[in-house]
Design a protein. Structure first.
Length: 118
């Protein structure tokens, strides 16, 4: 049973920082896994925030470049999202994502809510 379990969400003031973590169970977390974070604000679609390949190549949404950093620890089966200089518009449910193109599958976590107060 594959699971992605997020943690680290909560309430933070604008300008503050927060680190999200996502730990994967099972055997999905390997160099072949593209890990990522997506977010969905109320009434909006789910959008990509950041992704990272097994060899550490990263990609960011324009709205978070320079403020957010994605990283992974393959030994701990964990991906992180360090969020700095948070803004009220960053308020959303953040979802962890794992893609195994070699298996033709992808997985989602249940999400963790980040609320940024102004």
């Amino acid at each position: 049973q594959v699971q992605l379990v997020e943690s680290g969400g909560g309430l933070v003031q604008a300008g503050g920082s927060r680190r999200l973590s996502c730990t994967a169970s099972g055997s999905i977390f390997s160099i072949n896994a593209i890990m990522g974070w997506y977010r969905q604000a109320p009434g909006k679609q789910r959008d990509m925030v950041a992704t990272i390949t097994g060899i550490g190549s990263t990609n960011y949404a324009d709205s978070v470049k320079g403020r957010f950093t994605i990283s992974r620890d393959n030994a701990k089966n964990t991906v992180y999202l360090q969020m700095n200089d948070l803004k009220p518009e960053d308020t959303a449910v953040y979802y962890c994502y794992c893609q195994r193109a070699d298996w033709g599958v992808h997985y989602w976590g249940e999400g963790t809510l980040v609320t940024v107060s102004s």
